[in-house]
Write a protein that binds this ligand. Structure first.
Ligand code: AMP
Ligand code: FE
Ligand code: FE
Ligand code: ZN
Length: 282
């Protein structure tokens, strides 16, 4: 088993990179990609632990992208050079925007009578990427909500009183950043784009023109019909097929480590394809 989409404490997961690799080893996974939001800060620790525990660790990153649709677009980067100066510079800039946004979210919460501690939010994020899940945890700790998902529903989700957009690169910028850093760009969880089948085809054509090379066909929340449609699209557009859980530890308690590939895909092939970065022949 493998898992090409995971989060650690470097962003909004609850396991450290080392604990994540340990869990992968215990579950018998042969490979994981660490794909934290807007940071490669956990990669070195994960690589080192992967060497010790004989789990192949693929350096990755996940970037949000702004686009002209209603749903969310996330782009995964695999085999990025996690020491690439330009990548580090752009990611650190994104994290600074995230800190500003977190402060504004906290101010909004204060305005509506929920005086959660801004210091605690930043403390929970530590040196990593701060996001709404850290605000949610601070709300939970302070007893304002009973669960992370209640915090999103009442305060943090789009349309809720303390929701604020975060700054995101365009898809072209996100894909270019990944590519310049030596990585392979893959569209994460296409279901969250919330496009019609035709709309998704058109969107993929644009992303491919911008340098996209793969599609995350297997994801914890894709159902059977979505998976089979994404497989067809991958074949039509000669995209590398990937799969991951989007594991976040106890921040998303229903998601388990280990991609559900349903035995459809040769994992070794998937890993080689990502390594080579070439789209499959159509
Ligand atoms: P942000 O990047 O700060 O906008 O936060 C987005 C992250 O929040 C996503 O990557 C998820 O990890 C998490 N998230 C979004 N919606 C929910 C939800 N309803 N419950 C728990 N976590 C969520
Ligand atoms: Fe997340
Ligand atoms: Fe995502
Ligand atoms: Zn993710």
């Amino acid at each position: 088993m493998i898992d090409l989409h995971t989060h650690s404490t470097a962003s909004d997961g609850t396991l450290t990179p080392e604990e994540l690799v340990d869990l992968a080893a215990e579950k018998g996974l042969r490979a994981i990609a660490l794909t934290d939001h807007d940071t490669v800060g956990g990669i070195s620790a994960a690589l080192e632990r992967g060497n010790q525990r004989r789990v192949l660790v693929i350096p990755g990153v996940e970037l949000g992208a702004c686009w002209n649709g209603d749903g969310e677009m996330h782009i995964l980067g695999y085999h990025v050079d996690h020491q690439h100066p330009f990548l580090l510079d752009r990611l650190s800039w994104l994290r600074a925007r995230r800190r500003e946004r977190a402060e504004k979210i906290v101010s909004r919460l204060h305005e509506i009578g929920v005086p959660v501690s801004g210091d605690r939010v930043l403390q929970l994020a530590g040196s990593g990427s701060v996001g709404r899940p850290h605000v949610a945890r601070a709300l939970l700790e302070a007893g304002y909500v009973q669960s992370v998902s209640e915090a999103f529903d009442r305060y943090l989700k789009a349309g809720a009183p303390a929701f604020l957009e975060k700054f995101q690169f365009t898809s072209a910028e996100a894909i270019e950043l990944i590519t310049i850093s030596g990585g392979v760009a893959v569209l994460a969880h296409p279901a969250t784009l919330r496009l019609s089948p035709d709309g998704l085809g058109a969107c993929l054509e644009q992303l491919i023109n911008e340098g996209l090379r793969g599609i995350e066909v297997y994801w914890s929340k894709h159902d059977k019909s979505e998976i089979s449609y994404y497989e067809q699209l991958a074949t039509r557009y000669a995209l590398i097929i990937t799969g991951g859980s989007d594991f976040h530890g106890s921040n998303k308690p229903t998601l388990e480590l280990g991609a559900k590939l349903n035995g459809h895909v040769d994992e070794a092939y998937m890993l080689r394809a990502l390594q080579g970065g070439t789209r499959r022949p159509a």
